[in-house]
Design a protein around this ligand. Structure first.
Ligand code: GAP
Length: 447
């Protein structure tokens, strides 16, 4: 079973490269470990997921405020947040080959005896390794110019808490959300994009009264499960796992992680943490700026507590790809297809003239293509045009990148003004009048 699953991961990685979803970072120079580049289809998929997230958690609500804060922040932010002191993984280094390992990954009997799993050399003592990337701001490289690439986006929300309150006077409870890059110098990046050194996080801080924390925690837990359905991650493969107290992050009083059955094992996909008033209190004390809340009802200012749902965007893309990846047989032939929800598929529809050497068919198909482009508000990249090879091959190519519908223009189309619409998952084909394509496709996209 494990072999089959591993094999599936290899196939997904190969498909992602072959069809332009995800490439290794800096590939022509031999790569840079823990970095990945999204290709033309990957970036569309990722953007669609990011947009759907923003729509669901920010735009469709009236209690959420979106921001986009700088990646570089004053280093005092990371001292106050506890990251300078505590954002570390236990690491051991091999004295011989100098390779570094996460201590918790050395779990075979041989490794436990204190030898390197790569060269059998002696391992050194366990040390705490801070995962933040350090840099210098400005031309002077001294202690005063030290800054870090942010390891989470959350601190952007805490340091802008007062700004949002002063500009918008929101009523409690309310949230501040953002999506953006985060950087962690992971000791052992692995499992494709799962553990990268540069990745994107979608998250929000939802400010509440302390007394409401359990109710709010449960509410956001159920909203996270709704999101999982919206984005098309197999719900049956998602598991809620309460993090034991001794493993909680330094800021959290309760965390429930959502684990997903990746082909390489059941691993963390998302997190939901009750961060108490830890961050606002620490930033108030360290910055000297009071980060308090008061309104008509609550005249005495107080520090709100926080529930934080957090979603790795790259892990979402990976879970969506793993959920969508399907192998079956159609017309006596094996096929691979990506069962994306139409709303997040990078390409929505493909248009084919039945034969490419018949100008009248190509002309008509071109008209249909242009009609579809205008239906999607000029988003030409969402509509594919393919006239090479036979129809069967064209279907396979579109199936493999998850295009929900293929439209073929044939000789009947010239006479009757209709086309064949073929559905990706079932292969079912039906004739649809060109002037009814818009409503036909719209209906399906709205599901
Ligand atoms: N603000 C809370 C926070 O940052 P986290 O669990 O450390 O929590 C948030 O990270 C999410 O980011 C995770 O649930 C995961 O989806 C994603 N993530 C964390 N480390 C990652 C890595 N090295 N590569 C890719 N995604 C990662």
């Amino acid at each position: 079973m494990a072999d089959i699953k591993e094999n599936i991961m290899e196939k997904i990685v190969a498909l992602c490269k072959r069809r332009g979803f995800i490439y290794q970072g800096s590939e022509i120079y031999g790569g840079l470990s823990g970095t990945w580049d999204y290709g033309p289809l990957g970036v569309e998929l990722k953007n669609n997921i990011r947009d759907a997230w923003w729509r669901f958690f920010v735009r469709e609500r009236d209690d959420m405020y979106g921001i986009d804060s700088a990646i570089l922040m004053n280093s005092k932010v990371w001292e106050a947040s506890g990251h300078v002191g505590g954002f570390a993984d236990p690491m051991v280094e091999c004295k011989k080959c100098k390779r570094r390992f996460r201590e918790d990954s050395l779990d075979t009997a041989r490794d436990k005896q204190g030898t390197c799993p790569e060269c059998a050399g002696a391992l050194g003592d366990v040390r705490e390794f801070n995962m933040m990337f350090k840099t210098h701001v400005g031309a002077t490289e001294d202690d005063a110019s030290v800054s870090y690439l942010r390891p989470e986006t959350a601190q952007g929300m805490f340091v802008n808490f007062k700004n949002v309150i002063d500009s918008f006077h929101p009523k409690l409870p309310f949230g501040i959300a953002q999506v953006g890059k985060a950087f962690r110098n992971e000791i052992a990046p692995r499992d494709f994009t799962f553990r990268s050194r540069e990745f994107e996080i979608m998250e929000f801080e939802y400010f509440i009264r302390e007394a409401d924390w359990e109710k709010q925690f449960e509410y956001w837990q159920s909203e996270m499960m709704r999101w999982i359905e919206i984005v098309g991650i197999g719900k049956g493969n998602v598991h809620e796992v309460k993090v034991p107290n001794e493993e909680l992050a330094h800021y959290s009083k309760r965390t429930t992680d959502l684990y997903f059955d990746f082909p390489f094992g059941q691993k963390e996909l998302y997190g939901l943490a009750y961060r108490t008033d830890f961050d606002l209190k620490n930033h108030s004390a360290a910055s000297g700026t009071e980060l308090l809340y008061s309104d008509e009802e609550n005249k005495t200012p107080f520090t709100p507590h926080v529930i934080e749902p957090t979603f790795g965007l790259d892990r979402t893309v990976l879970a969506v790809l793993c959920s969508a990846y399907t192998e079956d047989e159609m017309g006596g032939e094996k096929r691979i297809y990506l069962k994306f929800k139409p709303s997040i598929a990078p390409i929505k529809v493909a248009v084919f003239p039945l034969l490419r050497n018949k100008p009248e068919l190509v002309k008509k198909a071109r008209e249909v293509y242009e009609l579809l482009c205008s239906m999607f508000h000029g988003s030409r990249s969402m509509i594919a045009w393919d006239e090479s090879g036979n129809i069967g091959k064209r279907y396979r190519r579109q199936d493999e990148i998850g295009t929900p519908f293929c439209i073929t223009v044939d000789f009947d189309s010239l006479e009757k003004g209709d086309v064949t619409v073929r559905e990706r998952d079932t292969g079912k084909q039906e004739r649809v009048r060109i002037d009814q394509l818009e409503s036909h496709l719209r209906e399906i996209f709205e599901h």
